[in-house]
Design a binder for this molecule. Structure first.
Ligand code: TYD
Length: 211
């Protein structure tokens, strides 16, 4: 496919994905690796515009399939404009959320079905899957508590969902871990940030020789 390494970071709300990604990037760069950090929609104008529609608190009428299709569309654009060029340049790409978010949130938590959501995403990603996915596991209590304490981060429409929704998201990720045991590894995100980083680096170094 290409020479780079594609790593995605997944998790529920307040799992600490962005902190971990920043620290992983630092650590890997210190080891002399070229790293691209990105997140869907990744500053890609077309994908940002699509995401703006999804997350607009005014769009309470949005149908679940519409939401799933919009995520897949934004994903496609970000993949083509940002992820693939970085991989072709030999970078380690650390991506905050990818297809597993749609499978857990839209497929499982919203009840569309993981199979159905996989089908539209299969079209969108056209065979490009992460080499490794780190799933950061946190209880909804801890995760939502962290968000409530974080004044910088804006509360979006999905944050406002009921607690049970977040439980279903977590259950969806557990199903994915069973389905993709080779690709997905769970990290206990209730540990201290130092231990979370160490756990993630251990997994990465075990998986990719020479890192
Ligand atoms: P984001 O802005 O990345 O926030 P965070 O990752 O910090 O939680 O994501 C916003 C929301 O979008 C988040 O609640 C997860 C949700 N989401 C989906 O439901 N499906 C998807 O495919 C993606 C990428 C995100």
């Amino acid at each position: 496919m290409n020479q780079g390494i594609f790593i995605t970071i997944e998790g529920g709300e307040g799992a600490g994905k962005s902190s971990l990604i920043g620290q992983l990037a630092n650590t890997l760069q210190k080891l002399g690796k070229a790293v691209t950090v990105t997140r869907e929609p990744g500053g890609i104008p077309i994908a940002e515009q699509i995401r703006g529609v999804i997350l607009d608190t005014a769009n309470t009428a949005m149908d679940a399939r519409t939401e799933a299709l919009l995520y897949a569309a934004a994903r496609r654009q970000h993949l083509v404009e940002k992820v693939l060029p970085a991989l072709q340049g030999g970078h380690i790409v650390l991506c905050d959320r990818f297809v597993d978010s749609s499978l857990a949130y839209q497929g499982h938590a919203r009840g569309l079905g993981m199979e159905e959501v996989w089908r539209i995403n299969e079209f969108a990603i056209a065979g490009v899957m992460p080499h490794l996915t780190l799933y950061m596991d946190v209880s909804p209590e801890t995760g939502l508590g962290r968000i409530a304490m974080n004044e910088v981060r804006e509360v979006n429409r999905l944050d406002l969902e009921r607690h049970s929704f977040h439980e279903r998201v977590r259950a969806g990720y557990q199903l994915l871990l069973q389905q993709f045991p080779e690709r997905m590894v769970q990290i206990d995100a209730e540990q201290s940030p130092e231990r979370v980083l160490q756990s993630a680096m251990d997994v990465i170094q075990r998986r990719f020789a020479g890192l």
